[in-house]
Design a protein around this ligand. Structure first.
Ligand code: GLU
Length: 610
């Protein structure tokens, strides 16, 4: 057991943070939506932090968090609330989440004090092989693969909801889909983020008449403050509630999905090449989620649980934490802290590139990647006054040799960036960290006609070709294979009880965002909401490290450049949400203050410290 250097915040420090954020919106928050037309019901108030009793929900969207809170208020548990929140996100965040996608669900069960997970990742068709994205031996252009049937995997989200409710829920799916069904039928208020995301997709949405009809009502971008309705999705949710999720895997909905993927309904007048996919009814029937043990590392005396492969999240966050554990980050200067964070991320990504893929197809040394011995053999690469060169070679975790690489370096492959994360906790102490995705913002851009949801493009998370011909790439497509993910829903326990849970979207940046937020809170003493708001850096075994403007424009950049770091700007990285158990027994929910227009943190019964 290692010395605990975790900084504990006093109840008062937390209360002050809650009060200061709750009182006035942050100055740089996105502008409030324009006055709503008379028909539009204003969305619930959005606040990035809340504390109190009875349970908590944090998501990017106020309607979605409110749906979860309502479930908790009516006696449901954290799993019920997570499913209701996720279903509502399918309505209000249709470009990030929905029943056409997949995700990873991490659950802490208060009764048994155990953490278990569900891998609800999309799978490739059974006919897929490593040439899935090759034509004439060459990778097809990435954007063309994104907007195609070829990139669509068998959705995992409905099966995830079913599995989570069967294992740990207390309500029926039918009941839990009701608030989302109502939201889809009655509409939600369009905010600037929704409009901007629609705008970014406008050109390709116009190429698919069903998508254009749904997301460009009357042929126009949705107006901020107007009400956006999706009656098709309301009907689809009702059908799933009534018939069960088998409807999507074996019923009429399955038939519609298969038809759409095999013949993407592109406007005959458009120039777009929308390649068909080979998803079959058999592929959907064969789909199943995986119940898995979580990854686990101990960090400063706490137990950090994450998601096991097929996501690279748990192993990469875990390896980096193990590396960082050798330094007292609470005592380090800000420059030294950022330097260590960047270098540990670089190393973890070098190893991720070599070892991480779907374990049903690849020999993934999960346990060894998470061992302290392996981390120590990598940590010694980090120098206080110099920067490692990327691409850095991976090492063999089954045979750790201090400071020696065990393989050839290969660049990190590209991964798209968009998803949504939600976190929920209940009065019994159960906790859920759940990240769900349709991959790109707007997924494949293809709406299943008459069904009200977009299909994912998750298969573009596979490497189209090995990053380097000389290096084994564990993330090439295969039949029924799950593409490697970076999703990192994380639950931290202290003496077997929840301390906090969090996660984020952002493709491969998810890993660095979760790592930075964890260390920002646990080591640097930032209240959770401030650790979430802190300007981010992301190093993924690349020559340059991405910086958000808050760091780009800070004196830290020059100090780090003096050490040898090279940077490029990234305007916005991730959109984190989390919950925390406060020392006085209250739950605190936390979300973004500014990113994506700010997130929504709610508790059942708001209360200050006793
Ligand atoms: N497809 C990405 C992954 O699984 C998630 C997309 C995102 O979060 O931005 O890693």
């Amino acid at each position: 057991m290692r010395r605990t250097t975790v900084r504990r915040l006093s109840v008062w420090a937390v209360a002050a943070a809650v009060a200061s954020v709750g009182a006035t919106p942050p100055p740089s928050a996105a502008p409030a939506p324009a006055p709503s037309p008379a028909t539009a019901k204003p969305p619930p108030a959005k606040t990035p932090v809340a504390a109190g009793y009875g349970g908590a929900v944090a998501s990017v969207d106020a309607d979605a968090s409110a749906a979860g809170i309502e479930v908790l208020r009516n006696g449901g548990n954290a799993v019920d609330a997570a499913v209701a929140t996720a279903a509502a996100l399918g309505v209000t965040e249709p470009y990030s989440a929905g029943i056409g996608g997949g995700g990873y669900f991490v659950h802490y069960d208060a009764k048994s004090r155990t953490v278990r997970t569900i891998d609800g990742r999309e799978t490739a068709p059974r006919s897929a092989d490593k040439s899935l994205f090759l034509e004439d031996g060459k990778p097809i252009p990435f954007e063309q693969a994104v907007t195609s049937g070829l990139g669509v995997g068998a959705p995992g989200t409905p099966a995830t909801w079913r599995a989570a409710l069967d294992k740990w829920g207390s309500e029926s799916l039918r009941t839990l889909l009701k608030p989302a069904e109502k939201l889809a039928r009655d509409g939600f208020t369009v905010d600037p983020t929704f409009r901007t995301q629609t705008q970014a997709n406008e050109a390709r949405f116009r190429d698919f008449p069903d998508t254009a009809e749904l997301f460009l009502p009357g042929g126009e971008l949705p107006v901020v403050g107007s009400r956006f309705k999706n009656p098709d999705l309301a009907r689809t949710y009702r059908e799933l509630g009534r018939e069960g999720v088998d409807e999507l895997y074996r019923g009429d909905l399955a038939r519609d999905i298969v038809r759409t993927v095999r013949k993407p309904p592109v406007d005959p007048k458009s120039q777009r090449v929308a390649r068909p996919g080979d998803l079959t009814a058999k592929d959907l029937r064969a789909y199943d989620v995986l119940g898995q043990a979580p990854t686990k590392v101990s960090y400063r005396g706490l137990d950090v649980y994450g998601i096991a492969p097929s996501s690279s999240g748990g192993t990469s966050v875990g390896e980096a934490l193990n590396i960082l554990e050798r330094t007292d980050l609470s005592a380090a200067s800000q420059t030294a802290y950022l330097h260590r964070f960047i270098e540990s991320s670089r190393i973890a990504f070098a190893d991720r590139g070599r070892w991480l893929g779907d374990p049903a197809f690849e020999d993934v040394p999960t346990r060894e990647l998470l061992s302290q011995r392996f981390a120590d053999s990598r940590e010694c690469l980090i120098k206080d006054d110099a920067v490692l060169t990327s691409p850095l070679a991976p090492a063999d975790p089954r045979n750790p040799t201090a400071c020696k690489a065990g393989g050839k370096a290969a660049p990190t492959t590209f991964e798209g960036e968009n998803t949504t994360h939600l976190t929920a906790a209940d009065k019994w102490g159960n906790v859920v960290a759940y990240t769900l995705t349709i991959e790109s913002t707007g997924g494949s851009g293809i709406t299943v006609p008459g069904r009200g949801f977009l299909l994912n493009n998750e298969l573009t998370d596979f490497s189209f070709a090995p990053a380097s011909p000389a290096v084994h790439d564990p993330n090439l497509p295969g039949p029924g294979k799950r593409p490697r993910s970076s999703i990192s829903p994380t639950i931290v326990l202290e003496n077997g009880r929840p301390l906090l849970a969090l996660g984020s979207p952002g493709g491969a940046t998810i890993i660095t965002t979760v790592l930075q937020t964890l260390t920002g809170h646990l080591d640097r003493g930032l209240p959770l909401v401030d650790a979430i708001a802190a300007p981010r850096a992301s190093q993924r075994n690349q020559a340059t490290t991405e910086l958000e403007p808050g760091l780009w424009n800070s004196p830290e950049r020059a100090r780090l450049e003096a050490l040898g770091h090279a940077f490029r700007q990234n305007p916005e990285i991730g959109a984190t949400t989390g919950v925390q158990r406060l020392p006085d027994g209250r739950w605190l929910a936390a979300a973004e203050k500014v990113r994506r227009g700010g997130g929504s943190a709610m508790v059942v019964r708001p209360a200050g410290p006793r």
